[in-house]
Design a protein around this ligand. Structure first.
Ligand SMILES: [Zn+2]
Length: 403
């Protein structure tokens, strides 16, 4: 069985190993070595990558107690080769993973919240806790976890030969179904739990722990966190964004939040003012439309094309202009589309659904409605003026024959 060098020294990054077997596999070859520094994925931590001789290690997995390295080319069985770990990737994982131990311990210690899920991705990491947690609790646990980082405490791993021995330990977490020897990871004065992955040797290597999000998840809480260089990169990006916002408002970073709040309030007031003005303007336009209505038999007809009115404005205007025995068809070219609304006033004998198919056919659009209001939209607004002429003619003819 392969000797797991990462169990003994998480900071070892190169060694030599003998190839015990090499068999073709999907997209590469599976190699077993007599010893390896490459950690197979497990305990929520992704697999290591690196080199065995000239071969690139794409993934490492454990199956039935054996460690298989998926490599990109065949290696001769029996050869002795250098093994090189991708140390930057591993150290990043160790920072996140050891930070996860400290966060889990802190939440458990302060609020009896148990870690029930851990996911470590290439650019973020999450922990799921089994209970709801308030923002203040998250901040308190984050602070406690960082205090353990600053104390630079040793992180050690030990093997126990039986479940009975392990059962006597005050573990925070005990994974089910482990086969002895059972690996216990300890952070001095803090965490103690079963774990198979490599960790930082001292908590100071974690650098810092930053919780960026906490959301309700399946009745508990999911936190997203960043340790070490990830925390630095994230805070640098947020800091630079804040600088950009502050410059935009010609203010300092610490007053940028208030500047954004004031802009949002001003915008809300302007929107309200715009709605009031639009309502008032709609009244004038509706009156003008009504005065220009064509007579079609016993009924009145208003057909008009507007530039740049959105569908809501068109609807408001149509309804305001639709008075007694009046049919209104308003169209507008907006964002390279043709919107249209068909509305009728009281005493008009036809349901809009009887007229809408002809409008859809003329515009090449789709739309529908019932009763006194129908709306539609056509792709492209080219040739709209001619279409409007045709529709006006058609509707006038149709209404002239209507009882
Ligand atoms: Zn661990």
């Amino acid at each position: 069985m392969t000797k797991r060098l990462y169990d003994l020294d998480s900071h070892l990054s190169q060694h030599t190993a003998t190839v015990l077997s090499c068999v073709p596999a999907k997209e590469g070859f599976d190699v077993v070595l007599d010893q390896t520094v490459l950690f197979p994925e497990g305990g929520g931590q992704p697999s290591d990558t690196g080199l065995i001789g000239e071969a690139m290690v794409l993934h490492v997995r454990e199956e039935h107690g054996e460690i298989y390295h998926r490599i990109d080319r065949a290696l001769p069985v029996g050869s002795e080769l250098p093994v090189q770990l991708d140390w930057a990737r591993r150290f990043d994982f160790m920072q996140q993973h050891t930070g996860e131990h400290l966060l889990s311990f802190s939440f458990y210690h302060l609020f009896s919240a148990a870690n029930i899920g851990f996911h470590l991705a290439l650019d973020y990491a999450t922990i799921d806790f089994d209970k709801p947690l308030a923002h203040e609790q998250v901040v308190e646990a984050e602070h406690l976890a960082n205090r353990y980082v600053w104390r630079n405490l040793p992180v050690t791993a030990a093997f126990y030969e039986s479940e009975a021995e392990v059962a006597r330990l005050p573990l925070r977490k005990h994974a089910e179904g482990l086969v002895p020897p059972i690996r216990i990871v300890s952070i001095q004065d803090a965490d103690l739990c079963t774990c198979c992955a490599p960790h930082c040797a001292l908590t100071g290597e974690i650098g810092s722990i930053f919780v960026s999000d906490a959301i309700s998840y399946k009745g508990g809480t999911r936190i997203t966190f960043h340790c070490g260089e990830r925390a630095l990169r994230r805070n640098r990006a947020v800091h630079d964004d804040m600088d950009m916002i502050a410059r935009r408002f010609s203010t300092a970073r610490d007053t940028a939040g208030n500047a954004v709040k004031k802009l949002s309030e001003d915008y809300g007031a302007l929107k309200k003012q715009e709605r009031d003005l639009t309502r008032s303007l709609n009244g004038y336009i509706a009156r003008e439309l009504s005065e220009s209505a064509l007579q079609a038999g016993k009924y009145r007809l208003i057909v008009r094309l507007f530039p740049d009115l959105d569908a809501n404005r068109l609807k408001d205007l149509s309804q305001a202009a639709a008075q007694d025995k009046t049919l209104v068809l308003l169209l507008s070219s907006f964002n390279d589309k043709l919107s249209y609304v068909l509305a009728t006033g009281e005493g008009f004998p036809l349901d809009v659904s009887e007229l809408m198919p002809a409008v859809n056919a003329a515009t090449g659009g789709k739309g529908g409605g019932r009763g006194t209001l129908a709306q539609g939209m056509a792709p492209g607004a080219g040739g709209a003026a001619e279409t409007v002429q045709q529709l006006q003619h058609y509707l006038q003819q149709r209404l002239s024959g209507q009882k």
